[in-house]
Write a protein that binds this ligand. Structure first.
Ligand code: UDP
Length: 480
């Protein structure tokens, strides 16, 4: 048997004060036709990174909503996770291919994990990311629906690695991406949905924490709360560009000598690169006592992350490639401004000038952080706009609602009037007649916000490409 992650059950009612009664009753309505449905979420790690973060909240809530939800993780040795990290990097565009023996390792573990997955236990199996992607091919489908949930930016995958994986997608009934532009060219799964992630405002990472308590937590781990502080919270991963953050800090230090930098990073079970990157960062920090480097294995857990995101003057997320970047919503939710790389799902959560600033270089990053350090009232105002967007679009209740609709539709159990309706072609959010529209090549598209409209207008082909491959997206219409 595959290892189950023990997560219990959590009541959706806890969100009522934040999202209102209607949202909670909407969730119960969507879940009504799914009572007793057996759904498995399968991924590679129970901690470290955004997928584990979301499943830790989502599975207990699905249980409360009446589904028999489980979360399990695949098994793998160092050899397997080193191959899957190569696959992850190559799918995000790194110039790396797979050698024959690496493909064999991937397929051998996929076969082994498929055997460990019980037959006939589930109505729906949700496979997260590329690590367990090939499992359906080695498993008797036994009536279950299979869904591939891709959390990374696969818009320009390395062709060799992508061609190796593509045949293993044949057995999926549907796939979910964070942004439409992430759907790779010639994607073989007929049904594609766009559902961005969301954060749990009631988790220990995000719940309300008094400033005084947050201060005590940070002081206890050696951070001086009466001095300026900037922080990045990320896995230790080359795409998160912690060396670039250190360079930006050095530029800032010339202007703000009392500045401290915290790099809070997690190690994940499926990420063998983490320690290597950690060592590089330690080297780059050159024992500067004002650079604090923490990991989830050395004392920085959820509460500490909460305190850092809350008390930092500015949070940096200098990603070069990004799937979604949950940390951005987590930070904005706490009213702290963010300076972030314009990558992947980050511009969906914040605009340049709403929530903080989007940047493209070390110098720009240092410049924007300096501006926010010098004008804290501006930072607070930006963050408060960002928090509002998170409340509307990036809380876990919206994620649950999108997923329940999809599950019901895949299992043929959709209640009347609960389809997702017209959808934004960029981010998959529901749109209505009054949503901003734009015409492109004779077709009209509607958007949930000006941000999505702008993202589309900047490069329409990135989004249109995948619309015509699979299912026709509901956000597009040929009506005048
Ligand atoms: N995280 C954490 N401790 C750390 C670093 C990251 O708890 O030291 C969490 C972070 O708060 C967020 C998740 O890991 O919830 C990272 O998700 P994100 O989508 O930002 O990036 P990913 O790691 O999935 O690429």
């Amino acid at each position: 048997m595959l290892e189950a992650v023990d997560v219990g059950r959590q009541s959706v009612e806890v969100f009522e004060p934040v999202v209102g009664e209607d949202v909670i009753s909407g969730l119960r309505e969507l879940a009504a036709p799914l009572q007793g449905v057996r759904v498995l979420h399968l991924n590679a790690t129970s901690y470290g990174g955004g997928v584990a973060e979301m499943l830790r909240s989502e599975v207990p809530l699905l249980r409360d909503l009446g589904l028999e939800a489980d979360w399990k993780i695949i098994t793998g040795g160092k050899d397997f996770f080193s191959v899957t990290k190569t696959i992850h990097n190559a799918l995000q565009g790194a110039p790396r291919t797979l050698a024959g023996h690496e493909k064999e390792i991937y397929l051998a573990y996929s076969t082994r994990n498929a055997r460990l997955l019980e037959e006939g236990e589930y109505d729906l199996v949700v496979i997260h990311d590329p690590q367990p992607l090939a499992i359906p091919q080695f498993h008797s489908r036994s009536g279950a629906r299979w869904l591939w949930r891709c959390h990374i930016d696969t818009s320009e995958p390395n062709p060799d690695v992508w061609n190796f994986l593509t045949p293993y997608l044949d057995d999926y009934d549907a796939a979910v991406f964070t942004l439409r532009s992430f759907v790779p060219p010639d994607f073989p799964v007929g049904r594609v949905e766009i559902i961005p992630p969301g954060i749990d405002p009631e988790s220990p990472k995000n719940f309300e924490l008094k400033r005084e308590t947050a201060g005590r937590i940070l002081r206890w781990i050696g951070v001086e709360t009466d001095r300026p502080l900037v922080t990045q919270v990320s896995r230790f991963d080359p795409w998160k560009d912690q060396p670039g953050v250190i360079e930006a800090y050095r530029l800032l230090k010339e202007e703000v000598p009392k500045l401290q930098l915290a790099l809070v990073g997690s190690m994940a079970l499926d990420d063998p690169e983490g320690w290597e990157v950690y060592r590089q960062i330690k080297g780059a920090a050159r024992q500067d006592p004002d650079i604090h480097i923490f990991t989830n294995l050395t004392g920085a857990g959820n509460i500490e992350v909460n305190a850092f995101q809350r008390l930092s003057d500015v949070v940096i997320q200098k990603s070069i490639r990004e799937g979604f970047g949950l940390v951005v919503s987590e930070t904005l939710w706490k009213g702290t401004p963010v300076v972030a790389g314009e990558a992947g799902g980050i511009p969906l959560q914040m605009q340049d000038g709403r929530g903080g600033y989007l940047v493209h270089s070390v110098e720009e990053c240092a410049g924007k952080v300096l501006r926010l350090l010098r004008h804290p009232e501006e930072g607070k105002a930006l963050a408060s706009g960002g928090r509002e967007l998170v409340r509307r679009r990036f809380l876990i209740t919206r994620l649950l609602s999108d997923e329940l609709s999809l599950y019901a539709s895949l299992l043929g159990r959709q209640a009347v009037g609960t389809s997702r309706g017209e959808l934004d072609p960029v981010c998959g959010a529901g749109v209505g007649e009054r949503s901003p529209a734009w015409r492109y090549r004779g077709e009209r598209y509607r958007f949930c916000s000006r941000t999505c409209q702008q993202m589309f207008r900047d490069d329409p082909e990135r989004f249109v490409r995948s619309l015509h491959g699979g299912r026709r997206a509901a956000g597009q219409s040929t009506e005048p």
